[in-house]
Design a protein around this ligand. Sequence first.
Ligand SMILES: [Zn+2]
Length: 501
Amino acid sequence: MAADVIARFHRLQGDDVLLITGTDEHGQKIQRTAEQLNRDPQAHCDEIAAGFQDLWARLDIQYDRFSRTTSDRHTAIVKEFFQRVWDKGDIYLGQQKGWYCVDCEEFKEERDLLPEKFCPIHTNRGVEWRDEENYFFRLSRYQQQLLEHYAAHPDFILPESRRNEVLNFVKQGLQDFSISRINLDWGIPVPDNPKHTLYVWFDALLAYVTALLDSEDEPTLDNALSKWWPVNLHLIGKDILRFHAVYWPAMLLSAGLPLPGAVFGHGFLTKDGQKMGKTLGNTLDPFELVEQYGADAVRYYFLKEIEFGKDGDFNETRFVNILNADLANDLGNLLNRTLKMAVKYCDGKVPVVEVKDIPETLSVLELAQTAGHDVAEAYRNLQFSTACGIALSLARAGNKFIDEQAPWSQYKAGNLVQVNQTLYAVLEMVRLAAYLLAPVVPTLSTKIYQQLGYTIHFNQIESLTQTIPFEIHSRWGALPPGQNFGRPEPIFQKILTPQLV
Ligand SMILES: [Zn+2]
């Protein structure tokens, strides 16, 4: 959802955007899970990938490409990349001994393990002892270069807490890591030594590169890297930070490729203050959540309620309260009551005013004139909660303003210029809030725009930059006076009681 918001914001601004998501499908964890389910691993992966695609569609996530590591094109890219790193002299055969967590697909330092040799992340699973011949990648060779890159690009690892985590790790000294496994079939064979299978992470990270190929391209590294590389941002969970912020840039340096702009590690979700888990029986089913409340509600809650980068909590009562307060009351009711007044007092049209004549002294104008800039800045910095908060403050200010101005009294007193200015100002604030929230709640913003008389849909991304250009619509005064309204209807139904069991 966060990645989709970033992509939508940049598309609104007219930027070229490629949003990639997908599934990495190899490795022991997948193989074992499929075995336990008595299923062919490929069939298992097909089902998982289809499940994500279905969920992304329900959540209105408009990705451009879905990358799967079991595609033939991906294998070709991985083999070519392996060869480059091999030619550089960064791969050698050695003996791997250590404690392995299959769920993490990662060797663990003994000092990091919990009592009884349990994984610190998978706290109910024991790690396994391994002593086998593996190919190794010379990570140790890149310690200095990585530290120099982190120093020269302070925004390479975000947020700052994660950056510090990685800096501490790298400063302690980097050890070469093994990039192959034996006794594992489910993966890409090591070129020239098929007894070995490539370590899932060595292959998985390259999915970002494979996804850059156009469908008609030959699967070569040159083709893949010719258009979009280096990407601006990898958006990942905090548990896989080390792979993205240490291993991956070192692999790219070895292959002589430029590094991505930034790696952002987001937090984890809890439910009612507790870690979620199947064994705890308190998982949150995203399908159920969307089914019950709709995509906009789910998107809004998580993006508004969590300071992006930190861990966040889902609590259904809070979820309902926030949606009712922000979307049904502050925004929805404001539009509804203002439209009713405009129908009554202004001929069912956007009030006819000279926008420049609206007094600069109006209390709401200052906020309206800075909101677009401030929200854009917040989106650029991935501060979604701040962006939502500023947009909502427009609605709150609008509510206060309409109560203060009391256009019904202005009308009775015959001050029609004032009535028009008041109602125009409030409708324009609702429009501005809707526009600025569109990356987060595209359907709700569309409803507001359509009731204000526009015919656009925020999910039709191709046409938006022509019909509602950012530089005009993110600013005060874009609503055309005299525009006929669309059909009024509640934009967000108030939720009466929590619906999940
Ligand atoms: Zn683990």
